[in-house]
Design a protein around this ligand. Sequence first.
Ligand SMILES: Cc1cc2nc3c(=O)[nH]c(=O)nc-3n(C[C@H](O)[C@H](O)[C@H](O)COP(=O)(O)O)c2cc1C
Length: 272
Amino acid sequence: MPEGCCRPDLSLPAHHGLCWSCDMAYSYRHFLALYPGSATTYDGHMFNHEEKAVTEMRLMHVDASPKRQLSNSKMLSAYFVESLKKQIPELTVDYLDLSVDTPPHVTGDFAKATYTPAAERTDAMKNTLAYSDKLCARVIMSDLLVFAMPMYNFSMPSSFKAFIDNLVRTNLTYNFHEDGTTTGNLTRQKTLFITTRGADLRPGLSPWSHMDALTPALKSPFAFLGVENPWFVDAQPLQFSDQVAREEALKRAHAELDDVVATWASSIALAQ
Ligand SMILES: Cc1cc2nc3c(=O)[nH]c(=O)nc-3n(C[C@H](O)[C@H](O)[C@H](O)COP(=O)(O)O)c2cc1C
């Protein structure tokens, strides 16, 4: 390992590398932020110090609607990503459709493996965690996160809940400290949630306004992972209303997405 190659320099563009032993990908910048100095392993993975500089800006785009076509949330997230690409042509997009690649539910084996220290995991445990490892790596490596989903029964589709259950991992997406405190590791990712709702749950506008369990259910786990101030664009009402209200809801959502594009593009331009 060349001397000084672990010196943290967070002003560098995102770097990433692969674990020598299992090809798991890590963001080099993120790794250095976590382990300044000369650490060469991370949660049992060996970091490749011959990483190549990557000047790309990575966006992970996740859709959770099971609809293949005519999905409101997919249409809005595609609009957002395409608009952002016009502002940031070098943007690399990592797309995940949870209705096609649905994360596995947590099992008893998963619960045991995830709380076993990485160095003590058996091959079977590593196998059990393989999907989750890769998913965490994809998220950690990303600079920008866009999660789009419909509201289902006042909360999220079960595929997105399974996504979260695979993403919350000790010493990977968050750290558990000896004094019992925790810190999230997704502090640098700008994060946008796009949600679509059949009814209008904005305060005071429907008998169900107070029943929005989706917003807090998204905020809490991501705050735990370090996402303190995510953006939300909630398109509503898109189903249980007349045509005029639906069209206005989509217009509002597009305008809010345009604002997020402008905010992200200008802050990224300033940082470069
Ligand atoms: C199973 C199911 C449950 C739903 N639950 C709710 C709900 O609790 N509140 C609501 O406002 N809309 C609800 N809807 C309506 C969807 O959130 C709405 O139609 C949304 O625009 C669908 O997004 P999509 O086209 O991206 O799938 C539900 C729809 C389905 C299919």
